[in-house]
Ligand binder design. Structure first.
Ligand code: FAD
Ligand code: NDP
Length: 513
């Protein structure tokens, strides 16, 4: 076997050559930390570890989608998630703002048309600048970036494969898995993979998707269908059960009600059965009504699957080193300290079992892990009271428990729900009809009335919820919230004025100033 020098990456073409680099030498690994996956969690962990003077490498590799879409460093959030999504959401909100502006005296010629390619190019250029920014940051922090697909050779050795099939072997004392997830395609639906796209493609389309069917009813589906509608496209959501599973269902229904008023079509209790290409190049989708079994078809220009995401753990060769996964979800089982079943192998972010699939939790988990590994810290990530926002046309932000979860955990008699329907001041002159603007605060009924959950539907929901999340994290109570002075005139101030309980049955509509 060829002798290997530790500092030199070992490339090979023939199998069997340069087996385990670590075993050939003194036993000391080349890197203190090797991170597989350069997304939200992996990059944060690697950068933090480098602050402690550790030798760190990050492997990141993107398998192109079945449609051939690919992107650069930064993971899901940067390339095919939060960032392009929020920018396209913003683009779509401008449509409403243009209409509002006319009411406020602006002369804007009719009709204001949207150009997809201009938007897409601008968004994609921004994403590319972020890819570049991440590379520069890694270089500045002396983190080695390798565009390789990683998998385990042994517990301390990672095999990295290049696009061209070359292999490089790297050894590390600690290994962090942060490979995230990829959208699923439904199985057993003819034409699904052949003709459909996913959220991994939509943000990189050069031309407008046209009339679009979005299948699924969670975050990804509703957000994408929402911005497509706002951009003036014909968008339909096909939903087999409930919207936004896991979220407060009263809020979820208000979100979809508004979307329907806004122009998004909903095919409820329907499941697709096949997709075919027609002679004129369109996609003919057949679906079944869940209850009656009745079949229907329609033609679309684009079919987008938003039927959930699968963790990218299959090709890591986890079984060879004994990293335990949940065989149903494919997710890695970790303890409170993000440790897997193998000492010195950790996992963070979307590939971990039971964690929220959100960028800020992946980042925080990565940073805290690096501090525990290489500094004196013992702090673990607290996954309670994680705030989040669904960027639908009318946004929905929340923190803490839903009404359903509060009731099941504490009993309906032990919770008090304060609520209000309100009208944002800006909507009055604009004559916008949004009766779904609603706030709900779920509290314990007894004693100090600790706040269990806060739910807000309205403009800028993320901005509104972010600050309140601090209070709720600190154990804020109903009376403390009522003692908080509002900022007038804002939507957020309505939170500090909630006094009608659901139990009272009184009309929760806020009127006047
Ligand atoms: P990722 O960011 O997915 O990074 C994993 C990286 O590892 C990828 O680059 C992948 O290609 C790479 N990789 C995979 N396998 C290998 C391998 N074997 N070797 C080397 N590299 C590999 N979250 C929010 O907080 N707010 C939002 O508004 C939001 N919007 C979203 C919108 C959409 C459409 C989607 C899909 C997600 C959204 N999310 C949002 C979720 C968020 O993007 C993820 O939770 C987050 O990116 C997870 O980070 P991660 O580090 O776990 O993995
Ligand atoms: P989810 O797993 O949350 O939802 C999947 C949806 O697809 C459900 O509505 C499900 O219906 C439906 N579905 C599943 N299989 C089928 C099928 N065969 N036919 C029809 N419908 C089907 O996945 P998402 O991709 O929406 O989101 C993944 C994660 O990404 C989220 O949990 C979230 O953490 C993160 N994210 C965060 C965002 C943010 O912070 N704003 C935005 C987007 C994503 P059913 O309920 O009946 O099973």
């Amino acid at each position: 076997m060829a002798a290997l020098w530790r500092g030199t990456p070992c490339f090979r073409r023939e199998p069997g050559l340069c087996r385990t680099v670590r075993a050939l030498s003194s036993g000391k690994s080349e890197y203190d930390l090797l991170v597989i996956g350069g997304g939200s969690g992996g990059l944060a962990c690697a950068k933090e570890a480098s602050q402690f003077g550790k030798k760190v490498a990050v492997l990141d590799y993107v398998d192109p989608t079945p449609k051939g879409t690919k992107w650069g460093l930064g993971g899901t959030c940067v390339n095919v998630g939060c960032i392009p999504k929020k920018l396209m959401h913003q683009a779509s909100l401008f449509g409403g703002s243009l209409k509002d502006a006319r009411r406020y005296g602006w002369n804007i010629s009719h009709p204001a048309n949207h150009d997809w390619s201009t938007m897409a190019k601008a968004v994609q250029n921004h994403v590319k600048s972020l890819n570049w920014g991440h590379r520069v940051q890694l270089q500045d922090k002396k983190v080695k970036y390798l565009n390789l697909k990683g998998s385990f050779l042994d517990e301390h050795t990672i095999r990295g494969s290049t696009k061209g099939g070359k292999e490089i072997f790297l050894t590390a004392e600690n290994i962090v898995l942060a490979t995230g997830g990829r959208p699923k395609y439904p199985e057993k639906i003819a034409g699904a993979r052949e003709y459909g796209i996913t959220s991994d493609d939509i943000f990189w389309l050069k031309r407008s998707p046209g009339k679009t069917l979005v299948v699924g009813a969670s975050y990804v589906s509703l957000e994408c269908a929402g911005f497509l509608t706002g951009l003036g496209l014909d968008a339909t959501v096909m939903m087999r059960s409930i919207p936004l599973r896991g979220f407060d269902q009263q809020m979820a229904a208000l979100v979809t009600d508004y979307m329907e008023d806004y122009g998004t079509r909903f095919l409820k209790k329907c499941s697709p059965t096949k997709v075919k290409k027609t002679d004129n190049g369109r996609l003919r989708v057949t679906w079944k009504y869940v209850d009656s079994g009745k079949e229907k078809t329609d033609e679309f220009d684009t079919v987008m699957w938003a039927v959930g995401r699968a963790p990218d753990t299959r090709t890591l060769n986890l079984e060879s080193v004994g990293v335990k996964i949940n065989s149903e979800t494919g997710k890695i089982i970790v303890d409170a300290g993000e440790a897997t079943s193998v000492p010195h192998i950790y996992a963070i972010g979307d590939i971990t079992e039971g964690r929220p699939e959100l960028t800020p939790t992946a980042i925080a988990a990565g940073k805290l892990l690096a501090r525990r590994l290489f500094s004196q810290s013992a702090e673990v990530m607290d996954y309670d009271n994680v705030p989040t926002t669904v960027f639908t046309p009318l946004e929905y932000g929340c923190v803490g428990l839903s009404e359903e979860k509060s009731a099941s955990r504490f009993g309906s008699d032990h919770i008090e729900v304060y609520h209000a329907f309100y009208k944002p001041l800006e909507f009055t002159v604009a004559e916008r009809n949004a009766p779904q603007c609603y706030i709900k605060m779920v509290c314990l009924r007894d004693g100090e009335q600790r706040i269990l959950g806060l739910h807000f539907i309205g403009p800028n929901a993320g901005e509104v919820i972010q600050g309140f999340a601090l209070g709720i994290k600190c154990g804020a109570t109903y009376s403390q919230m009522m003692a908080t002075v509002g900022i007038h005139p804002t939507c957020a101030e309505e939170v500090t004025k909630l006094y009608i309980t659901k139990r009272s049955g009184a009309d929760p509509t806020v009127t006047g100033c």
